[in-house]
Design a protein around this ligand. Structure first.
Ligand code: GDP
Ligand code: MG
Length: 426
């Protein structure tokens, strides 16, 4: 069974939490795109963990975790993240963490370039997490990347590669931005310090996954961010720099020969968005502040307050289509419990005309939300474990959303802890 767990919205839907829950039945969890700009919060019996790079299956002892070729890896960050987990008693060995030899390394100059560009843009900035993600993916496609597999080659070959690439990079860092020159030897030493100790984890992960699939193992592909941040289909250029959609999972994991059996879309009961860019359903003022506090909407990776809004029907329906979701996990329903009436953005209007599909470009920038209000339930639902435990208005809200996006809601999450969820019967 090959299952993808992906975000329907702008990210932070609770993917990490759902992977942690559903990975019980899986042998392997693979991260297939993105870098340490992700922040997946997982709360279980072992404690509270924020995972940026590591697959969320790392918290389960019998799960093998894979960082696929589609991921970009900041070696220092990965070392620190692994160190934090090991200190908390989590076992990480070459047996339960495998890193693709084709994954690209996110270098210190990528982070530097990300910061330089955001500063150059001033008010027009992208709202980048400043972790080097756009520059490193840019370099990947410019064919100037250093790959994890390069750490297994001779030191001379690695050094020569770094020298060639830093010479090229200095054309922009030093000569373009006028910043201090990158030193090739310093970069080599950085890789040596943080990369060489990972050598035993590096392998052909595509082959590993393909063999596991042949043996009938259950494999889960974990996405970072959501459909609306996909480089092709999201709110470009306020997207991430990689493919966040399920269809990319086999490619970013090294098994383009395999097809997914199931895609679980993680969708939030309201909307949130970190950083800049069009966010039509955005709420402001007291209404927003209240929702942000109730949902504790502050970025896991950066601590930034997230922009918030009501559930966005148009964007979510688009997200469901782009992900090819077979079923939905609706998260954070409990957060809406304080509301008398629940705001739902049922559509967008441009110059008074209602849109049928999620737009791009100027239309998206100009779109005004059409808001409707549905009945709230006004009671604590975090203890509910069956649909019939939920108040009627909450059940109706779930049904309403299911019909609006046209996809079966299979799970309803009513809290951040592992057991705080409901399975919706067919
Ligand atoms: P991800 O990036 O999609 O993995 O999501 P994040 O971890 O960035 O953000 C989701 C946040 O909501 C985390 O702090 C989770 O602990 C929390 N969370 C997840 N599901 C629920 C839920 O059903 N209810 C509540 N109250 N919190 C949840
Ligand atoms: Mg997140």
């Amino acid at each position: 069974m090959l299952t993808a767990i992906t975000g329907i919205n702008w990210g932070d839907e609770g993917k990490g939490r759902m992977v942690d829950l559903l990975s019980e039945d899986y042998d392997i969890v693979v991260r297939y795109q993105g870098g340490n700009n992700a922040g997946h919060t997982v709360i279980n019996e072992k404690g509270k963990f924020v995972l940026n790079l590591l697959p969320s299956g790392i918290l389960r002892e019998d799960v093998v975790n894979v960082m696929g070729n589609g991921v970009v890896i900041d070696l220092k960050h990965l070392n620190e993240e692994m160190g934090r987990l090991i200190d908390a008693g989590i076992k990480i060995t070459p047996e339960n963490l495998k890193i693709s030899d084709r994954a690209i390394i996110c270098m210190p100059y990528h982070v530097q370039q990300d910061c330089l560009e955001e500063e150059r843009l001033k008010d027009a900035k992208y709202g980048s997490t400043r972790r080097g993600i756009a520059p490193v993916y840019g370099d990947k496609y410019m064919k100037k990347g250093i790959r994890m597999g390069d750490l297994l080659d001779s030191e001379e070959a690695l050094r020569a590669k770094i020298e060639g690439i830093t010479e090229w990079k200095n054309l922009s860092i030093e000569k373009g931005y006028g910043a201090e020159k990158i030193d090739a030897e310093e970069m080599f030493n950085w890789i040596k310090e943080y990369g060489f100790k990972l050598r035993d984890h590096i392998c052909d992960t595509g082959l590993f996954i393909d063999n596991a699939a042949k043996e009938g193992k259950n494999i889960m592909f974990e996405a970072q961010l959501g459909a609306l941040r996909d480089i092709d289909f999201g709110i470009y250029p306020f997207t991430s720099s990689s493919s966040t959609i399920a269809a990319y999972a086999p490619i970013g994991s090294g098994v383009p020969n395999r097809k997914l059996d199931c895609t679980v879309g993680i969708m939030k009961a309201y909307s949130t968005c970190v950083g800049e860019g069009p966010f039509t359903a955005e709420l402001f003022g007291e209404e927003a502040e209240h929702l942000r506090k109730a949902g504790n909407e502050y970025g896991a990776a950066t601590g930034r307050p997230r922009r918030v809004g009501g559930f966005d029907v148009l964007a979510s329906r688009y997200g469901v289509r782009m992900q090819g979701a077979d079923e939905i996990a609706l998260t954070k329903l409990d957060v809406l419990s304080y509301m008398d009436e629940i705001p739902v953005c049922t559509g967008y209007a441009v110059n008074g005309e209602k849109l049928d599909e999620f737009p791009i470009g100027e239309k998206l920038e100009k779109a005004e939300p059409v808001y409707e209000y549905v009945k709230g339930w006004h009671e604590d639902i975090s203890g509910c474990r069956k649909m019939e435990d939920l108040p009627e208005a909450a059940r109706e809200y779930v049904k309403y959303i299911e019909e609006a996006v046209g996809c079966k809601i299979k799970y309803v999450s009513v809290g951040a802890a592992r057991e705080e969820y409901i399975v919706v019967p067919d």
